[in-house]
Design a protein around this ligand. Structure first.
Ligand SMILES: [Zn+2]
Length: 400
């Protein structure tokens, strides 16, 4: 029994080390030691075997890692170029599709506009058309796994969309089964903000951090939590649904039929309309760049929206005591005025001790956090299927 346990633990360490190397896009032996809590000799033994088998290789140039001080002389890099995966990131009005290798390196990417909220089958068809075009563009590789993010909660126990007011037309659907039928491939579903959090925690501003709030501020507002290094989705997948939290004193009508929801006041679409009003002209949704807003009225609108979001995030920070709040999405990733509003509001309303250890930053992957998270998760899923067959806790928890 002891011998079996020891073999099991070696296999598990090997799996975790390989997963870490792939997820980080390249790391040092010391980082593996820290991540897995192993001795140097244990890591050397394990890494030598992976190098001998040609599963990983050493490189002198590593990925950009701003959080790190100094730089090791060699990186260990996963040699996963031969496999391919796909990610689809649905917003309320668009889908972005990417094809990547098992290192999470995106080989082709494209975005199409589609009415996701009211036309689930149309949204799936458009996603498949874009996917087919990209697969042809990169030479027709066999896709091993597809991860799809949608802007609404899926019950992780049943895989069903159950909330009647968010993505109402999707209610009762089992998106995973539908996408698997349309694509003819294994599919993993996720909430879009959770993919954003995953993208930032593997390749972006939340790398290496255990307690993170990721907030996607785009056509809607969604939050995802990584707590103690693991994604947290709640009992029925509704954790982080802050978009429809009611704001005191607000009476704006929301798409969910209620009044005064956070996203009826703070979403990118609402802000764009308000900025258009103050500028005396309409801004087109697909060409509007929030970074170009410098006039006094525009700055006031962005700052106030940030303050409103920050007021709600302060309560979350009081409850969860995170190390970092990462703002992503079309608005959160780009507007420094909006970010300052969030920061000042959290500082005003959260407890002083909570603020001491907290930083508020833009997503490092700009508004691509979700699509990067999708291909990273797909690569993780595919690599498990092809190489080791031992499910990791992280992958088990990421969704369903
Ligand atoms: Zn609402």
């Amino acid at each position: 029994m002891e011998v079996e346990d020891s073999v099991g633990s070696r296999l598990r360490n090997r799996q975790l080390a390989l997963e870490f190397i792939r997820r980080t896009g390249g790391c040092s032996r010391s980082e593996i030691m820290r991540e897995l809590g192993l001795s140097r000799s244990g890591v050397n033994h394990l890494v030598s075997a992976l190098l001998d088998e040609g599963i990983i290789e050493t490189q002198t140039e590593g990925p950009e890692k701003p959080a790190r001080r100094g730089r090791p002389s060699t990186y260990l890099v996963y040699r996963g170029e031969s496999g391919h995966v796909a990610g689809l990131d649905y917003g309320h009005g668009h889908v972005t599709v990417a094809i990547a290798n098992l290192n999470g390196e995106v080989l082709a990417e494209s975005t199409a506009r589609v009415d996701v909220d009211h036309d689930p089958s149309g949204a799936m068809e458009v996603g498949k058309e874009v996917f087919d075009g990209l697969v042809a563009q990169v030479g027709g590789p066999q896709i091993q796994h597809v991860v799809v993010g949608i802007p609404g909660p899926i019950d992780p126990r049943t895989g069903l969309m159950r909330v009647p007011t968010v993505l109402a037309e999707w209610r009762g659907l089992s998106p995973q089964a539908e996408f698997e039928r349309v694509f003819g491939l294994p599919v993993t579903m996720s909430h879009d903000a959770m993919l954003g959090a995953y993208g930032e925690s593997t390749r972006g501003a939340a790398r290496g951090l255990s307690n993170v709030l990721y907030i996607k501020v785009s056509g809607g507002v969604g939050a995802a939590m990584i707590l103690n290094g693991r994604p947290y989705m709640g009992t029925s997948g509704l954790a982080g649904e802050i978009g429809h939290a009611p704001l005191q004193g607000s009476t704006e009508l929301c798409r969910c039929g209620n009044r005064g929801c956070l996203e009826s006041v703070v979403s990118a679409d609402t802000i764009r309309r308000q900025l258009g009003l103050s500028a005396g002209r309409e801004f087109a949704a697909d060409s509007f760049d929030v970074r170009e807003v410098t006039d006094a009225a525009g700055v006031r609108i962005l700052s106030e929206a940030g303050w409103t979001l920050g007021r709600l995030l302060a309560d979350l920070c009081n409850c969860l005591n995170p190390q970092r709040v990462v703002l992503g999405g079309a608005l959160g990733a780009y507007s420094s005025t909006f970010l300052q509003g969030v920061e000042q509001s959290i500082a005003r309303y959260a407890q002083p001790g909570v603020i001491d250890d907290l930083t508020v930053v833009h997503s490092q992957l700009t508004d691509r956090s979700e699509i990067v998270g999708a291909v990273m998760l797909a690569a993780e899923r595919a690599a498990q299927l092809v190489s080791l067959g031992v499910a990791t806790e992280r992958a088990e928890l990421v969704l369903q």
